[in-house]
Design a protein around this ligand. Structure first.
Ligand code: ARG
Length: 445
């Protein structure tokens, strides 16, 4: 029996088959449960427009629910000789239910199937990433509040510059995540549109009810124009990758700071020894490998939008097999980012800070601007005050006054963490995750 959906009266060369299937048998496993959901919505719609009998629909839905369970419990496989997830699901239905299994493909193409699978997958994964971002955000804000009075040096050019605080340092990365969340939300909203019904990219002569599949799958609306729906392949992945890269950028930068501040020459932060790794030759070593790996993995993730862009660059309108290759870089990226988010939240929660950094007189000059400002506030022109303090530093008579008072919004005395938290919450609430979740639950009933 032919296991290719398109096989007719000749056999395809084995080498051609190997090369064109590529890694689909392994990668389509990521999409399997979403392929099943898409098929459930599609056949309910086919029955509603008279292309399937009610008893056929019920039998197919029951079998699709079994396949869905196999997917979520890790039993679903794509057999040797079967091209992809779409073929495997149809094959299972046909094996178990006979000819009615072959009916599920009316009014559909693998092109809109893979589109809908990707969009449902993205919706699910972006929610998990948003949740991971929220957890890390919470840890950072907690640390920011807890250590808001602990001063540390601030740097420019990696030269000691002005007083900063752990409240500012932790809080800065929390606020960065609030901005990243905006990109995640935009990517989610663009992905949350129904491409089903676009078929190969040019629609169908069946009177497909696209409103119905949009509602059943809990999409916020549809990709209306069938040609545009197909153009969304690659564009959607790139937009999502861009949002993930934004989060990854925040994590990579924070990881580098943590490595630097953990170095003995800085000693600003400390990791409990069970969160470090040792050396095979140097018995004293306690290395911050977790942050180093977060840095490298997140730097790699920042290449993802570029990789996708280059794979799909300059393709004209319509489907091309090139798009299949995007799955190789795109699908595994979610697990990697989620892992980095989880580890970052964990290690931040364990991090200890050094409350006595400023005991070292090396840091005294960073209070010079405070001194200049005090003189200026008392009436001396700023330039004269600047010169006076500068001369004192040059001739060694400057004495640091550590009593500092920063009160404006966002400064160390007024972190505005509550307002940043409100901002974050309003973005998170704007995703509207519950609609998708409820629709999927309903479909599986
Ligand atoms: N494996 C294919 C992909 O990911 C599925 C779509 C196949 N469509 C086609 N016309 N060959 O793009």
């Amino acid at each position: 029996m032919a296991t290719k959906l398109w096989e007719k009266n000749f056999e395809v060369n084995a080498e051609i088959e190997r090369f064109t299937v590529g890694r689909d048998r392994e990668l389509d496993i990521y999409l399997a449960r979403y392929d099943v959901l898409g098929s459930m919505a599609h056949i309910k719609m086919l029955q509603s427009i008279g292309l399937m009998e009610k008893d056929e629909l019920d039998a197919l839905l029951a079998e699709l629910r079994n396949i869905y369970r196999d997917c979520t419990e890790g039993r679903f496989v794509i057999e040797d000789g079967v091209e992809d997830v779409h073929s495997q699901v149809e094959l299972l239905l046909t094996r178990r239910l006979g000819d009615m299994g072959k009916k599920i493909h009316s009014g559909r193409s693998r092109n809109d199937q893979v589109l809908v699978d990707l969009k449902l997958f993205i919706r699910h994964e972006l929610r998990e990433i948003a949740d991971g971002v929220m957890t890390l955000f919470g840890e950072l804000q907690e640390k920011s509040e807890r250590f808001k009075d602990v001063l540390m040096p601030g740097y420019t050019h990696l030269q000691i510059a002005m007083p900063s605080s752990f409240g500012l340092w932790f809080g800065a990365y929390a606020e960065s995540l609030a901005d990243d969340m905006l990109f995640l939300q935009a990517a989610y909203r663009m992905a949350n549109r129904n491409p089903l019904g676009s078929a190969a990219g040019y629609g169908s002569s069946f009177p497909l009810d696209r409103e119905m599949t949009t509602r059943l799958l809990g999409f916020s609306s549809m990709d209306y124009n069938v040609v545009y729906a197909q153009m969304g392949r690659g564009k959607t992945e790139r937009n999502v990758a861009f949002a993930m890269a934004s989060v990854a950028g925040t994590l990579a930068k924070m990881a580098f700071d943590a490595c630097l501040f953990n170095c003995q020459n800085f000693s600003f932060i400390r990791l409990p020894k069970e969160c470090t790794t040792g050396s095979s030759i140097m018995p004293h070593k306690k290395n911050p490998d977790v942050f180093e790996l977060i840095r490298a993995k997140c730097n790699k993730l920042q290449a993802l939008p570029e990789q996708i862009t280059l794979i799909m660059n300059n393709l004209p309108v319509g489907y091309f097999r090139d798009l299949q290759i995007i799955k190789e870089v795109f699908l595994p990226a979610f697990g990697e980012l989620k892992d980095c988010l989880r580890m970052a939240a964990y290690i931040i929660s364990k991090m200890e800070v050094n409350r006595n950094i400023l005991d070292n007189p090396m840091y005294d000059p960073m209070f010079s601007v405070e001194e200049v400002n005090r003189l200026a506030a008392a009436g001396m022109p700023f330039r004269d005050a600047y010169r006076k303090v500068g001369m004192e530093i040059e001739n060694g008579t400057y004495r640091a006054d550590r009593n500092i008072c920063h009160t404006h919004e966002g400064s160390m005395g007024n972190l505005c963490n509550d307002r940043i938290a409100e901002l974050m919450k309003s973005v998170y609430d704007g995703f509207g995750f519950s609609r998708a979740e409820e629709a999927e639950k309903e479909l599986l009933k």
